[in-house]
Ligand binder design. Structure first.
Ligand code: SAM
Length: 445
């Protein structure tokens, strides 16, 4: 594999004697890693080698076919490269999670860091996951639904739209769109599209995104900034700007073998760590002294909405939820997030929140697929256990034979983990697995 000349010159100057090892690693085979879902503990990959900076991270000795693994589709783990999992160290070291009411992942798709943050934050924290690109927003929703935690709101907004929520969030993660140098060995398109002009364009965009993020961050709150690139313009210089302006202080980062730390953050190189290229920084927003307004948190208005009433058997979730009806669709959200959700709905394009419960067809509430993955799903819902072969048949969208005495909506369950719904009618189970999520067995991923 050959790399753009400007990139090669810059990295050679940056790394000096280490450059040959770096370029060799950049043409090597990337390690495979996954992160387990603590809300869906299974035996799958428990015994594999831990990622040093992530309690639920595991290196796999080889790449299995995730497509053929029902645990993957049940949301028991997320496939994620290991360097990115370092986010956890910052949360553990610098964030008092019990004080986080409101967190924001501003550039969230496909959802690696959102699912990770959701695993680290306690249930009383609401996580807003934003992705501006519609097609990527769709994938983000899928991954969050499968993770199964209802303390989420997915928005599709430009970062600037969050400035109306000034001083609002206790924790913001900006995993910025970047020139993607750290992904070169995984993604040949990133190599092809690289140019110095694009690095400059990315740097300008990152600056604008960070400006919005800082406006939305509560003074004293933590901003995590990361990229998967090694260009200083996109990494250290972005952080330096806010330090120089006196808006933030940079926080120290926990030490691990191979991770290079400097005044502004930490760098991950593929010849030094088992992971892809990555930069990460943690900042605390300083409390402003010149304006009292700057330290006042925007207050959510008390909710005026009446909760939508459902019969007990229509409430597919166990726990304290309030239900909203929008058109024919019904959504459930943990009750303690009611005011916050309505506050977000007033100013942002909210595309998913909590857990979608179902859709009314006449008087019947058809259960929505999302319930199947919810970690709050009622235990009393009827289910059919499947072996591996039937589970794959189900995930392909095929009808399954069932006992003729079974009738109505059934969850399909593999080794205790739900994969989705089907409707039993006259000895046949009509498959209700979402069409867009169905697997093709010719794909070996
Ligand atoms: N955090 C994600 C994860 O861990 O799975 C990866 C995020 S990726 C590095 C950056 C995201 O920013 C992409 O999904 C991209 O669509 C989005 N993006 C692109 N342009 C943007 C913009 N102008 N403002 C905010 N986000 C943007």
């Amino acid at each position: 594999m050959s790399f753009p000349a400007d990139f090669t010159h810059r990295m050679t100057a940056q790394l000096g004697a280490e450059a040959p090892d770096f370029f060799q690693a950049l043409t090597g085979v990337p390690p495979v890693s996954i992160r387990l879902n603590p809300f869906k503990p299974s035996q799958r990959f428990q015994q594999d080698v831990p990622v040093p900076w992530c309690t639920q991270g595991r290196y796999l000795s080889e790449r299995p076919s995730f497509t053929r693994d029902p645990f993957f589709h049940a949301g028991c783990y997320y496939v994620q490269e290991a360097s990115s999992m370092y986010v956890e160290m910052i949360v553990r070291e610098h964030v008092d999670v019990s004080g986080v009411r409101f967190a924001l992942d501003l550039c969230a798709a496909p959802g690696g860091k959102s699912t990770h943050l959701r695993s680290l934050l306690p249930s009383q924290s609401l996580l807003v996951c934003n992705e501006v690109v519609p097609q990527r927003n769709f994938i983000l929703c899928e991954n969050l639904v499968k993770w199964g935690h209802p303390g989420i709101v997915v928005t599709r907004n430009d970062p600037e739209d969050f400035t109306q929520y000034a001083n609002y969030f206790d924790l913001i993660l900006v995993d910025a769109p970047c020139s993607g140098e750290g992904m070169f060995r995984k993604d040949p398109i990133a190599v092809k599209e690289w140019s110095q002009a694009n690095v400059s364009l990315c740097a300008a965009r990152q600056s604008t995104i960070l400006e919005s993020a800082l406006a939305a961050l509560f003074p004293g709150g933590i901003l995590i900034y990361s990229t998967c690139t090694w260009s200083e313009d996109e990494d250290e210089q972005q952080v330096k700007r806010w330090v120089d302006e006196g808006l933030v202080e940079v926080l120290s980062l926990p030490v691990f073998d191979g991770i290079e730390r400097n005044d502004y953050g930490a760098r991950f190189y593929p010849h030094r760590v088992k992971g892809e290229g990555f930069f990460i920084s943690a900042m605390r927003k300083k409390a402003s002294t010149d304006s009292i307004l700057n330290t006042q948190r925007r207050k959510s208005k008390p909710s005026k909405q009446k909760p939508f009433g459902l019969s007990e058997d229509q409430k597919y979730l166990a726990g304290d939820f309030f239900y909203q009806r929008q058109g024919d669709d019904v959504w459930a959200m943990p009750t303690h997030f009611k005011d916050l959700l309505e506050d977000l709905q007033a100013g942002l394009r909210v595309v998913y929140s909590g857990c979608k419960i179902g859709t009314f067809k006449g008087k019947e509430l058809l259960p929505s697929p999302e319930i199947a993955w919810s970690i709050h799903r009622k235990n009393s819902l009827p289910f059919i256990p499947l072996d591996l072969s039937l589970a794959l048949q189900y995930l392909r969208g095929e009808a399954l034979p069932v006992d003729p005495y079974l009738k109505g909506w059934m969850l399909l369950v593999y080794e205790g983990y739900s994969l989705g719904w089907g409707k039993a009618v006259n000895g046949r189970l009509n498959n209700a697995y979402p069409k867009e999520w169905r697997i093709r067995m010719d794909v070996n991923r």
